[in-house]
Write a protein that binds this ligand. Structure first.
Ligand code: ZN
Length: 153
């Protein structure tokens, strides 16, 4: 295993233990999304608060494998205090990486994803792709319900 792969594995391990953004979803949330990954048994409910077309707060409650939970935590770290335009870009960068099937991802995408790049290795395993994407799908769906579309690039 390369040094970078070991670093990425550590990111996933750390985030699966200390989960950022996890907590009880407040009553006054604007929209929620419940997503399941039946092949692995992962599930998440993610709630968003929006104002003036921007994400102002979010919270998630999840259960499942360490990859799915770590991905939710890393996503939370990535989208915190970001504009919808920036979140759209991160969403599509992450999706592009997960659909790379281990064929390699441009460095500029990996640079933009920061810790999110740790999940590149999971894109080689079809059963794991959904684990990594679960939180992002919940985010996109919850935002859509709140009237905000993550635009295509
Ligand atoms: Zn999973």
């Amino acid at each position: 295993m390369s040094e970078l792969e070991m670093l990425y594995q550590q990111v996933i391990l750390d985030h699966s233990r200390q989960r950022i953004g996890e907590g009880t979803i407040p009553e006054d949330i604007d929209a929620t999304s419940f997503q399941v990954n039946p092949t692995c048994g992962d599930e998440v409910t993610l709630g968003v608060k929006v104002n003036d077309g921007e994400l102002v707060d979010f919270m998630w409650e999840g259960d499942g494998c360490s990859i799915s939970q770590a991905s939710l935590s890393v996503m939370s770290e990535m989208i915190e205090d970001k504009s919808i335009e920036e979140i759209s870009r991160l969403y599509h960068d992450f999706e592009t990486m997960m659909h790379s099937r281990g064929q390699g991802v441009p460095d500029e995408i990996l640079d933009r994803l920061e810790d999110g790049a740790a999940f590149e290795g999971t894109a080689k395993f079809p059963n794991r792709i959904k684990c990594s994407l679960l939180g992002w799908y919940a985010l996109r769906d919850a935002l859509a319900k709140a009237g905000i579309a993550l635009e295509e690039k």
